[in-house]
Design a protein around this ligand. Sequence first.
Ligand SMILES: CC(C)(COP(=O)(O)OP(=O)(O)OC[C@H]1O[C@@H](n2cnc3c(N)ncnc32)[C@H](O)[C@@H]1OP(=O)(O)O)[C@@H](O)C(=O)NCCC(=O)NCCS
Length: 162
Amino acid sequence: MSNAAKNITKYFTEIVLTDVDKLMPIELACHSHPWSEKTFLSCIGGRYFGEFVQVTEQDLSADHAIGFYIGEYVIGEATLMDICVVPTEQGKGYGKVLLNQFLAQAKKLGTTKVFLEVRAKNIAAQMLYMNAGFIEIDRRTGYYPSSSGFGYEDAIVMSLKC
Ligand SMILES: CC(C)(COP(=O)(O)OP(=O)(O)OC[C@H]1O[C@@H](n2cnc3c(N)ncnc32)[C@H](O)[C@@H]1OP(=O)(O)O)[C@@H](O)C(=O)NCCC(=O)NCCS
């Protein structure tokens, strides 16, 4: 983790419907094909669980959200639906912090197996997951519209036993 990330206080807050306004800009900045606001709203509450991470910088009075995760829990299995760190804060360790928080919350709910899907070209995310112990279990050919705007991209399905 960088010194910049160490010098700030960070804390997690459960995502509720009214948080979508502040989290949509992060979603839009992070994905070539982001969730719509309607999809985001549909992934809050019920079988879904999520938190955003806020930072308080020493020289700033206001807290600001820099990333979030959304998970889904169904009968002992959890799926990582989304995880995002605002581009200006990427590479400072927050993705790892968010993934660990997702895994901790999933375990608290009773999860024994975690699943996720990731774009084949999203190496940063794959490295994050592999370093946490996820392994590739399947590949879905042409699952995503390509981030370049032409054609399609495979999805890699990964899983982790808790
Ligand atoms: C994926 C994402 C959440 C990672 O967040 P981050 O804060 O940048 O990640 P971290 O700084 O915590 O890095 C954690 C690990 O991820 C991997 N990683 C991060 N950025 C990387 C890069 N550019 N290249 C290769 N590996 C990278 C490394 O394994 C790193 O561990 P290390 O520093 O010990 O080597 C972030 O890049 C993001 O929001 N991307 C856009 C949204 C997205 O793709 N979400 C995943 C959808 S499946």
